[in-house]
Design a protein around this ligand. Sequence first.
Ligand SMILES: Cc1cc2nc3c(=O)[nH]c(=O)nc-3n(C[C@H](O)[C@H](O)[C@H](O)COP(=O)(O)OP(=O)(O)OC[C@H]3O[C@@H](n4cnc5c(N)ncnc54)[C@H](O)[C@@H]3O)c2cc1C
Length: 312
Amino acid sequence: MIYDSIIVGAGPAGLSASIYASRAGLKHLLIGQMEQGLTATIFSIENYPGFKNISGPELMQKFSDQAQKYNAEILSDEVINIKKEEEIFKIKTKNNKNFESKTIILAYGNQRRKLNVPGEQEFNGRGVSYCAVCDGPLYRNKIVAVVGGGNSALSSAIFLAKQAAKVYLISIYEQFKGQSVLQEQIQQEKKIIPIVNHSIKEIRGKDMVQEIILNTPSKETEILKLDGVFVEIGYEPSKNLSLFDPSANPEKNKAGYIQTDYLTRTNIPGLFAAGDIAGEPDKLRQIITASAEGSISAIAAFRFCQKSSDKK
Ligand SMILES: Cc1cc2nc3c(=O)[nH]c(=O)nc-3n(C[C@H](O)[C@H](O)[C@H](O)COP(=O)(O)OP(=O)(O)OC[C@H]3O[C@@H](n4cnc5c(N)ncnc54)[C@H](O)[C@@H]3O)c2cc1C
């Protein structure tokens, strides 16, 4: 069977695309893992209209419930390759499934930036984490460090201070760059120990993380004994782009985001991109914009299918 559209990603962009695709009568499949999107890791959302305050997992569940109300076909899997042959896209997944579609909507989001220091990869999941909301409860009464100086780092430190015994907040810069309201909370929270002008040199341990080595302003190193390191140094376009066959590899801008027009179209006919992975580097990357672009992409895919069938 050939789908009208396959949506890659189960975040706000992908699930919104699915809702609009169903309502437009597009026979589509959504491939992605809802719990792995960025929204699913947010502790508290206060700027999505209609909800004064809602957690990320709860909001995503509502998106998913609405998509499923229209009997959306959702597959929890990961796309590992996309190619285009004779106007048809061919998709392969990690679980070795193959699908064909007339259009593709890419909505697989951003990925977290890595420190790229010794020990980070080795202890990933054994003391190194990229999600305070997901892993924070594992560090009750323990000592942790949050690395970063922006909003994500500050809000993660505040969240972790509710459970951990001590939270080092380490920034490479002289000052934290997060919102002033978060900076005030950091100052008031006694469990948070700010460390500025320091960078991580190495993460060490045996089975689990036990210590980090810091580069200090005096060029000497310092050791901090701890149980966990939360890396919160921002996001970058997902490296999933490298998995594309040249026949279906969309044009990217200098920052690495997929280049799209106002209808979420890429330079490859039938290939659309919505949400965090698409657009200009300074685009507002939020749930509401991802969701809006998802809806636009579904209608654009619908029109593309209509035009293709008119030609035949
Ligand atoms: C700490 C933090 C706090 C934030 N707070 C807010 C906030 O308060 N309000 C707000 O509006 N926005 C907030 N944002 C931004 C918001 O989370 C993003 O803009 C939004 O999640 C983007 O949606 P998306 O659908 O593009 O990507 P995502 O939500 O990241 O979803 C991507 C989806 O793609 C899937 N995927 C990835 N690779 C593949 C693959 N190869 N195959 C199949 N599926 C794949 C993932 O599993 C996931 O389901 C916050 C972000 C962060 C990090």
